[in-house]
Design a protein around this ligand. Structure first.
Ligand code: THU
Length: 130
């Protein structure tokens, strides 16, 4: 757990957030133990910005990984740390690939964090019923 949170803090260092100044890092652990990290990447047009969680998930999927166990998220303004909850878009993206018991670790420090499952954070995500 500590290691995954540490990896999220490392990823936060690469946050590109000149507009919000809110730096986010995420570390996604796959079922096979591989870890993919991500940071938020903002854009002058705001809309094209990408959250840290989705950066990590898209990196993983684009390298052939689709089975995920948990994700650690850290963030805050420069020099600060809160325990960020994932936005609604990221929760929906998680629901595409993750089971209801997927764990979301919202961490302020390596020792101060809250763990919630995807089904707790997104009880009724959209599923395309074909
Ligand atoms: N952000 C994330 O990367 N993850 C979250 O869970 C919440 C918000 C980013 C988006 C934007 O770059 C900045 O934080 C402020 O909203």
């Amino acid at each position: 757990m500590k290691e995954l949170i540490r990896a999220a803090f490392e990823a936060r260092k690469y946050s590109y957030s000149p507009y919000s100044h809110f730096e986010v890092g995420a570390a996604l652990e796959c079922e096979d133990g591989t870890v993919f990290t991500g940071c938020n990447v903002e854009n002058a047009a705001y809309g094209p910005s990408n959250c840290a969680e989705r950066t990590a998930i898209f990196k993983a999927v684009s390298e052939g990984q689709k089975n995920f166990k948990r994700i650690a998220i850290v963030g805050g303004k420069k020099g600060e740390s809160v325990a960020p909850a994932p936005c609604g878009v990221c929760r929906q993206v998680m629901s595409e690939f993750c089971k209801p018991d997927f764990e979301i670790i919202m961490a302020k420090t390596e020792d101060d964090y809250e763990v919630m499952t995807l089904s707790e954070l997104l009880p009724k995500g959209f599923i395309l019923d074909e």
